[in-house]
Write a protein that binds this ligand. Structure first.
Ligand code: ATP
Ligand code: MG
Length: 333
Protein backbone atom coordinates (compact mmCIF):
# COMPACT_ATOMS: atom_id res chain seq x y z
CA UNK A 1 0.00 0.00 0.00
CA UNK A 2 1.24 3.39 -0.92
CA UNK A 3 0.89 5.08 2.44
CA UNK A 4 2.05 2.15 4.51
CA UNK A 5 5.28 2.91 6.35
CA UNK A 6 8.11 0.79 4.99
CA UNK A 7 10.36 -1.13 7.37
CA UNK A 8 13.75 0.41 7.96
CA UNK A 9 17.03 -1.26 7.01
CA UNK A 10 20.54 -0.16 7.94
CA UNK A 11 23.87 -1.56 6.88
CA UNK A 12 27.44 -0.29 6.83
CA UNK A 13 30.65 -1.05 5.01
CA UNK A 14 34.10 0.14 6.03
CA UNK A 15 36.17 2.04 3.46
CA UNK A 16 39.23 -0.01 4.42
CA UNK A 17 39.88 -1.18 0.87
CA UNK A 18 38.06 -2.02 -2.35
CA UNK A 19 35.20 -4.41 -1.49
CA UNK A 20 35.72 -8.09 -2.20
CA UNK A 21 33.33 -10.51 -3.87
CA UNK A 22 32.67 -11.63 -0.26
CA UNK A 23 31.32 -8.19 0.56
CA UNK A 24 29.32 -8.23 -2.65
CA UNK A 25 27.85 -11.72 -2.47
CA UNK A 26 27.38 -11.60 1.31
CA UNK A 27 26.13 -8.04 1.66
CA UNK A 28 26.01 -5.53 -1.20
CA UNK A 29 23.98 -7.73 -3.54
CA UNK A 30 21.30 -8.02 -0.90
CA UNK A 31 21.47 -4.28 -0.22
CA UNK A 32 20.28 -3.69 -3.74
CA UNK A 33 17.37 -6.11 -3.43
CA UNK A 34 16.36 -4.66 -0.10
CA UNK A 35 16.45 -1.13 -1.40
CA UNK A 36 13.34 -1.88 -3.43
CA UNK A 37 11.13 -2.94 -0.53
CA UNK A 38 12.51 -1.08 2.47
CA UNK A 39 13.51 2.35 3.64
CA UNK A 40 17.27 1.86 3.47
CA UNK A 41 20.15 3.62 5.17
CA UNK A 42 23.53 2.57 3.82
CA UNK A 43 26.63 4.01 5.40
CA UNK A 44 30.32 4.11 4.64
CA UNK A 45 31.71 3.35 8.08
CA UNK A 46 34.80 5.54 8.23
CA UNK A 47 34.56 5.91 12.03
CA UNK A 48 34.85 2.14 12.25
CA UNK A 49 37.74 2.10 9.79
CA UNK A 50 40.08 4.05 12.09
CA UNK A 51 39.97 1.29 14.72
CA UNK A 52 42.81 0.00 12.53
CA UNK A 53 45.52 2.48 11.50
CA UNK A 54 44.67 4.11 8.14
CA UNK A 55 46.68 6.33 5.84
CA UNK A 56 44.69 9.62 5.66
CA UNK A 57 44.93 10.24 1.91
CA UNK A 58 44.11 6.63 1.20
CA UNK A 59 41.14 6.60 3.56
CA UNK A 60 39.71 9.69 1.85
CA UNK A 61 40.17 8.16 -1.60
CA UNK A 62 38.77 4.80 -0.57
CA UNK A 63 35.70 6.44 0.93
CA UNK A 64 34.93 8.13 -2.36
CA UNK A 65 35.60 4.95 -4.33
CA UNK A 66 33.38 3.00 -1.97
CA UNK A 67 30.62 5.53 -2.45
CA UNK A 68 30.89 5.19 -6.23
CA UNK A 69 30.83 1.42 -5.90
CA UNK A 70 27.68 1.48 -3.81
CA UNK A 71 25.96 3.46 -6.53
CA UNK A 72 27.44 1.10 -9.14
CA UNK A 73 25.89 -1.99 -7.50
CA UNK A 74 22.57 -0.27 -7.98
CA UNK A 75 21.77 1.73 -4.85
CA UNK A 76 19.77 4.82 -5.71
CA UNK A 77 20.85 7.88 -3.68
CA UNK A 78 17.45 9.51 -4.27
CA UNK A 79 15.40 6.56 -3.06
CA UNK A 80 17.82 5.30 -0.38
CA UNK A 81 19.97 7.16 2.08
CA UNK A 82 23.58 6.53 1.06
CA UNK A 83 25.92 8.46 3.33
CA UNK A 84 29.25 8.71 5.09
CA UNK A 85 29.16 7.88 8.79
CA UNK A 86 31.47 10.70 9.97
CA UNK A 87 29.24 13.27 8.23
CA UNK A 88 26.59 12.56 10.84
CA UNK A 89 28.10 13.31 14.29
CA UNK A 90 25.13 11.71 16.07
CA UNK A 91 26.80 8.31 15.54
CA UNK A 92 29.64 9.26 17.88
CA UNK A 93 27.31 10.98 20.32
CA UNK A 94 24.90 8.07 20.67
CA UNK A 95 27.80 5.66 20.83
CA UNK A 96 29.15 7.39 23.95
CA UNK A 97 25.78 7.21 25.64
CA UNK A 98 25.36 3.52 24.75
CA UNK A 99 28.81 2.78 26.18
CA UNK A 100 27.27 3.49 29.53
CA UNK A 101 24.60 0.84 28.90
CA UNK A 102 27.03 -1.87 27.78
CA UNK A 103 28.74 -4.20 30.19
CA UNK A 104 32.48 -4.70 29.95
CA UNK A 105 31.92 -8.45 30.22
CA UNK A 106 29.55 -8.70 27.28
CA UNK A 107 31.78 -6.54 25.08
CA UNK A 108 34.75 -8.75 26.05
CA UNK A 109 33.07 -11.78 24.49
CA UNK A 110 33.15 -10.41 20.93
CA UNK A 111 35.18 -12.74 18.74
CA UNK A 112 35.97 -10.09 16.10
CA UNK A 113 37.85 -8.11 18.75
CA UNK A 114 39.89 -11.17 19.61
CA UNK A 115 40.65 -11.88 15.94
CA UNK A 116 41.53 -8.28 15.11
CA UNK A 117 43.66 -7.94 18.26
CA UNK A 118 45.77 -10.85 17.09
CA UNK A 119 46.10 -9.29 13.63
CA UNK A 120 46.97 -5.82 14.96
CA UNK A 121 48.90 -6.72 18.08
CA UNK A 122 50.78 -3.40 17.97
CA UNK A 123 47.59 -1.32 18.07
CA UNK A 124 44.94 -2.89 20.28
CA UNK A 125 43.15 0.40 20.88
CA UNK A 126 40.02 1.05 22.93
CA UNK A 127 38.13 1.91 19.73
CA UNK A 128 38.71 -1.61 18.44
CA UNK A 129 37.18 -2.94 21.64
CA UNK A 130 34.31 -0.45 21.45
CA UNK A 131 33.54 -1.12 17.77
CA UNK A 132 30.36 -3.13 18.48
CA UNK A 133 28.91 -0.31 20.58
CA UNK A 134 29.43 2.15 17.74
CA UNK A 135 27.77 -0.39 15.48
CA UNK A 136 24.83 -0.54 17.89
CA UNK A 137 24.60 3.26 17.70
CA UNK A 138 24.63 3.11 13.87
CA UNK A 139 21.67 0.77 13.90
CA UNK A 140 19.61 2.17 16.75
CA UNK A 141 19.98 5.76 15.58
CA UNK A 142 17.81 5.01 12.53
CA UNK A 143 15.36 2.76 14.39
CA UNK A 144 16.27 -0.01 11.95
CA UNK A 145 13.97 -3.05 11.82
CA UNK A 146 16.45 -5.14 9.82
CA UNK A 147 20.20 -5.30 9.45
CA UNK A 148 21.43 -7.30 6.44
CA UNK A 149 24.69 -8.75 7.71
CA UNK A 150 27.17 -11.42 6.82
CA UNK A 151 27.54 -14.20 9.36
CA UNK A 152 30.65 -12.42 10.69
CA UNK A 153 28.52 -9.65 12.22
CA UNK A 154 25.93 -11.88 13.90
CA UNK A 155 27.42 -11.54 17.36
CA UNK A 156 27.61 -7.75 17.08
CA UNK A 157 23.96 -7.52 16.11
CA UNK A 158 23.04 -9.65 19.10
CA UNK A 159 24.85 -7.14 21.30
CA UNK A 160 22.99 -4.24 19.67
CA UNK A 161 19.72 -6.00 20.45
CA UNK A 162 20.72 -6.47 24.08
CA UNK A 163 21.70 -2.82 24.44
CA UNK A 164 18.41 -1.69 22.87
CA UNK A 165 16.34 -3.95 25.12
CA UNK A 166 18.24 -2.81 28.19
CA UNK A 167 17.78 0.87 27.40
CA UNK A 168 14.09 0.34 26.64
CA UNK A 169 13.69 -1.40 29.97
CA UNK A 170 15.58 1.14 32.08
CA UNK A 171 13.51 3.96 30.56
CA UNK A 172 10.52 3.49 28.26
CA UNK A 173 10.53 1.97 24.75
CA UNK A 174 12.93 4.15 22.78
CA UNK A 175 14.67 1.92 20.25
CA UNK A 176 13.35 -0.58 17.76
CA UNK A 177 15.05 -3.92 18.52
CA UNK A 178 16.66 -4.87 15.18
CA UNK A 179 16.46 -8.27 13.49
CA UNK A 180 19.22 -9.81 11.38
CA UNK A 181 18.52 -10.28 7.70
CA UNK A 182 20.56 -12.96 5.98
CA UNK A 183 20.80 -13.14 2.22
CA UNK A 184 19.80 -16.34 0.47
CA UNK A 185 23.13 -17.17 -1.10
CA UNK A 186 26.82 -16.61 -0.52
CA UNK A 187 26.23 -15.66 3.09
CA UNK A 188 29.87 -16.24 3.96
CA UNK A 189 32.70 -16.24 1.45
CA UNK A 190 36.02 -17.59 2.70
CA UNK A 191 39.61 -16.60 1.97
CA UNK A 192 41.05 -18.18 -1.18
CA UNK A 193 44.33 -18.83 0.62
CA UNK A 194 42.95 -20.05 3.96
CA UNK A 195 39.40 -21.25 3.44
CA UNK A 196 38.84 -21.68 7.17
CA UNK A 197 38.93 -17.86 7.54
CA UNK A 198 36.51 -15.39 6.01
CA UNK A 199 37.52 -13.34 2.99
CA UNK A 200 38.33 -9.81 4.18
CA UNK A 201 38.97 -6.72 2.13
CA UNK A 202 41.68 -5.63 4.57
CA UNK A 203 43.58 -8.92 4.30
CA UNK A 204 47.15 -7.90 3.36
CA UNK A 205 47.57 -10.95 1.12
CA UNK A 206 46.12 -9.90 -2.27
CA UNK A 207 45.82 -13.53 -3.37
CA UNK A 208 43.35 -14.23 -0.54
CA UNK A 209 40.49 -12.25 -2.03
CA UNK A 210 38.99 -11.12 -5.32
CA UNK A 211 38.30 -7.40 -5.30
CA UNK A 212 35.31 -5.93 -7.09
CA UNK A 213 37.70 -3.94 -9.30
CA UNK A 214 40.11 -6.74 -10.22
CA UNK A 215 40.67 -7.27 -13.95
CA UNK A 216 39.51 -10.56 -15.54
CA UNK A 217 43.13 -11.67 -15.70
CA UNK A 218 43.73 -11.09 -12.01
CA UNK A 219 40.50 -12.89 -11.13
CA UNK A 220 41.44 -15.93 -13.19
CA UNK A 221 44.91 -16.06 -11.60
CA UNK A 222 43.66 -15.71 -8.04
CA UNK A 223 41.01 -18.38 -8.42
CA UNK A 224 43.46 -20.68 -10.15
CA UNK A 225 45.79 -20.43 -7.15
CA UNK A 226 43.00 -20.91 -4.58
CA UNK A 227 43.85 -23.51 -1.94
CA UNK A 228 41.88 -26.76 -2.40
CA UNK A 229 42.59 -30.41 -1.48
CA UNK A 230 44.22 -33.38 -3.14
CA UNK A 231 41.08 -35.38 -3.90
CA UNK A 232 40.37 -33.76 -7.29
CA UNK A 233 36.63 -34.36 -7.04
CA UNK A 234 34.10 -31.52 -7.04
CA UNK A 235 31.55 -32.04 -4.26
CA UNK A 236 30.47 -30.25 -1.10
CA UNK A 237 31.74 -32.04 1.97
CA UNK A 238 33.63 -32.10 5.22
CA UNK A 239 37.36 -31.33 5.02
CA UNK A 240 36.87 -29.68 1.63
CA UNK A 241 36.78 -26.07 2.78
CA UNK A 242 38.47 -24.75 -0.36
CA UNK A 243 36.12 -26.50 -2.78
CA UNK A 244 33.09 -25.75 -0.59
CA UNK A 245 34.01 -22.09 -0.80
CA UNK A 246 34.47 -22.12 -4.58
CA UNK A 247 31.16 -23.96 -4.93
CA UNK A 248 29.43 -21.30 -2.80
CA UNK A 249 30.92 -18.53 -4.92
CA UNK A 250 29.99 -20.31 -8.15
CA UNK A 251 26.49 -20.96 -6.88
CA UNK A 252 26.01 -17.33 -5.81
CA UNK A 253 27.18 -16.07 -9.20
CA UNK A 254 25.26 -18.51 -11.41
CA UNK A 255 22.21 -19.40 -9.31
CA UNK A 256 22.97 -23.13 -9.70
CA UNK A 257 22.54 -25.29 -6.61
CA UNK A 258 25.22 -27.61 -5.22
CA UNK A 259 23.62 -30.79 -6.60
CA UNK A 260 23.61 -29.32 -10.10
CA UNK A 261 27.22 -28.15 -9.78
CA UNK A 262 28.33 -31.59 -8.60
CA UNK A 263 26.57 -33.15 -11.59
CA UNK A 264 28.02 -30.68 -14.09
CA UNK A 265 31.57 -31.28 -12.85
CA UNK A 266 31.32 -35.01 -12.36
CA UNK A 267 34.50 -36.58 -13.72
CA UNK A 268 36.15 -33.22 -14.27
CA UNK A 269 39.18 -31.94 -12.34
CA UNK A 270 39.78 -28.82 -10.31
CA UNK A 271 41.40 -27.04 -13.26
CA UNK A 272 38.13 -27.09 -15.23
CA UNK A 273 36.11 -26.16 -12.18
CA UNK A 274 38.33 -23.22 -11.26
CA UNK A 275 38.18 -21.90 -14.82
CA UNK A 276 34.38 -22.02 -14.69
CA UNK A 277 34.29 -20.28 -11.31
CA UNK A 278 36.57 -17.52 -12.59
CA UNK A 279 34.41 -17.00 -15.66
CA UNK A 280 31.25 -16.83 -13.56
CA UNK A 281 32.78 -14.25 -11.21
CA UNK A 282 34.04 -12.12 -14.11
CA UNK A 283 30.59 -12.16 -15.77
CA UNK A 284 28.84 -11.41 -12.51
CA UNK A 285 30.80 -8.26 -11.67
CA UNK A 286 31.40 -6.85 -15.17
CA UNK A 287 28.27 -4.66 -15.29
CA UNK A 288 29.20 -3.21 -11.90
CA UNK A 289 32.73 -2.45 -13.03
CA UNK A 290 31.42 -0.72 -16.17
CA UNK A 291 29.05 1.46 -14.17
CA UNK A 292 31.77 2.23 -11.63
CA UNK A 293 34.14 3.57 -14.27
CA UNK A 294 31.51 6.14 -15.36
CA UNK A 295 30.69 7.21 -11.82
CA UNK A 296 34.22 7.60 -10.53
CA UNK A 297 34.93 10.07 -13.34
CA UNK A 298 32.13 12.38 -12.10
CA UNK A 299 33.34 13.75 -8.74
CA UNK A 300 30.74 16.53 -8.67
CA UNK A 301 27.87 14.07 -8.96
CA UNK A 302 29.35 11.88 -6.21
CA UNK A 303 29.76 14.86 -3.89
CA UNK A 304 26.20 16.04 -4.53
CA UNK A 305 24.86 12.58 -3.71
CA UNK A 306 26.94 12.43 -0.53
CA UNK A 307 25.56 15.76 0.65
CA UNK A 308 22.02 14.62 0.01
CA UNK A 309 22.72 11.44 1.99
CA UNK A 310 24.11 13.46 4.88
CA UNK A 311 21.01 15.67 5.04
CA UNK A 312 18.58 12.78 5.00
CA UNK A 313 20.54 10.71 7.54
CA UNK A 314 20.99 13.69 9.88
CA UNK A 315 17.26 14.33 10.00
CA UNK A 316 16.49 10.82 11.27
CA UNK A 317 19.54 10.65 13.54
CA UNK A 318 18.82 13.93 15.30
CA UNK A 319 15.29 12.83 16.06
CA UNK A 320 16.45 9.69 17.88
CA UNK A 321 19.35 11.37 19.67
CA UNK A 322 17.11 14.13 21.04
CA UNK A 323 14.77 11.50 22.43
CA UNK A 324 17.62 9.57 24.03
CA UNK A 325 19.19 12.65 25.64
CA UNK A 326 15.87 13.61 27.13
CA UNK A 327 15.30 10.14 28.61
CA UNK A 328 18.78 9.94 30.06
CA UNK A 329 18.15 13.22 31.83
CA UNK A 330 20.43 15.70 30.08
CA UNK A 331 19.58 19.31 30.70
CA UNK A 332 18.33 20.53 27.35
CA UNK A 333 17.96 24.25 26.78
P1 ATP B 1 37.49 -5.49 7.05
O1 ATP B 1 38.56 -6.52 6.83
O2 ATP B 1 37.96 -4.08 6.85
O3 ATP B 1 36.70 -5.68 8.31
P2 ATP B 1 35.37 -6.79 5.62
O4 ATP B 1 35.64 -7.47 4.32
O5 ATP B 1 35.18 -7.64 6.82
O6 ATP B 1 36.51 -5.72 5.81
P3 ATP B 1 33.25 -4.98 6.41
O7 ATP B 1 33.32 -3.56 5.95
O8 ATP B 1 33.67 -5.30 7.81
O9 ATP B 1 34.09 -5.85 5.39
O10 ATP B 1 31.79 -5.53 6.18
C1 ATP B 1 30.94 -5.07 5.14
C2 ATP B 1 29.80 -6.05 4.95
O11 ATP B 1 30.29 -7.20 4.26
C3 ATP B 1 29.18 -6.55 6.24
O12 ATP B 1 27.79 -6.65 6.06
C4 ATP B 1 29.79 -7.92 6.43
O13 ATP B 1 28.94 -8.78 7.15
C5 ATP B 1 29.94 -8.38 4.98
N1 ATP B 1 31.05 -9.31 4.82
C6 ATP B 1 32.34 -9.08 5.15
N2 ATP B 1 33.12 -10.14 4.83
C7 ATP B 1 32.29 -11.06 4.28
C8 ATP B 1 32.50 -12.38 3.74
N3 ATP B 1 33.69 -12.93 3.70
N4 ATP B 1 31.43 -13.05 3.28
C9 ATP B 1 30.22 -12.48 3.30
N5 ATP B 1 29.94 -11.25 3.78
C10 ATP B 1 30.96 -10.54 4.28
MG1 MG C 1 34.87 -6.77 8.83
Amino acid sequence: MENEKKKIVLSCIQPTSVPTIGNYLGALKNWKYMSEDYDCYYAIADLHAITVRQEPAKLRKQSMEMYALLLAVGLDPEKNVVFVQSHVPEHSQLSWILNCYTQFGEASRMTQFKEKSLKHADNINVGLFDYPVLMAADILLYQADFVPIGADQKQHLELARNIAERFNQVYTPTFVVPEPFFGKVGARVMSLQDPTKKMSKSDPNPKASVSMLDTPDMIAKKIKSAVTDSEAKVYYGEGKDGINNLMSIYSACTGLDFAQIEKDFDGKGYGDFKAAVAEAVIECIKPIQDEYSHLIADKKYLEDCTRLGKEKASYAAQKTLRKVMKKVGFWQV
